[in-house]
Design a protein. Structure first.
Length: 121
């Protein structure tokens, strides 16, 4: 069992829920990088909140183990960071290696702030 803190409250999730929230941040980051790169290449103004993927924030959500609201929140946290990296052509929050875009582990820890509470009896 894991717990995380969001919007002034603690919530508990299973290992599967924790994995889904990690994927939400990673999916958001990857989509954000692509959107930011595209906006930069098209000479558009910086504006991650205007992107459809940011507004929808459901890419990769399967409906199990965590609420849609939580998934959307963490997707957007990843997206914002990815968009910044993509738009500014840097890798502050993530990396690009062998064709794979991924969020840095320490950023993931900072965003989620998951705490392992132990196995369920």
């Amino acid at each position: 069992m894991y717990r995380y803190y969001r919007s002034g409250s603690y919530y508990q999730v299973s290992q599967y829920g924790a994995d889904l929230l990690r994927r939400a941040v990673n999916n958001g980051y990857e989509e954000g990088v692509r959107a930011g790169q595209s906006d930069r290449e098209d000479n558009w103004q910086f504006g991650y909140q205007d992107c459809d993927a940011y507004q929808d924030a459901t890419f990769g959500y399967d409906g199990y183990y965590a609420s849609l609201d939580d998934y959307r929140f963490y997707f957007r946290e990843g997206f914002r960071r990815g968009y910044e990296d993509g738009y500014y052509g840097r890798w502050q929050y993530g990396s690009y290696t062998n064709g794979v875009i991924s969020l840095l582990g320490n950023v993931l820890v900072e965003v989620l702030r998951l705490q392992y509470l132990g196995a369920i009896d």
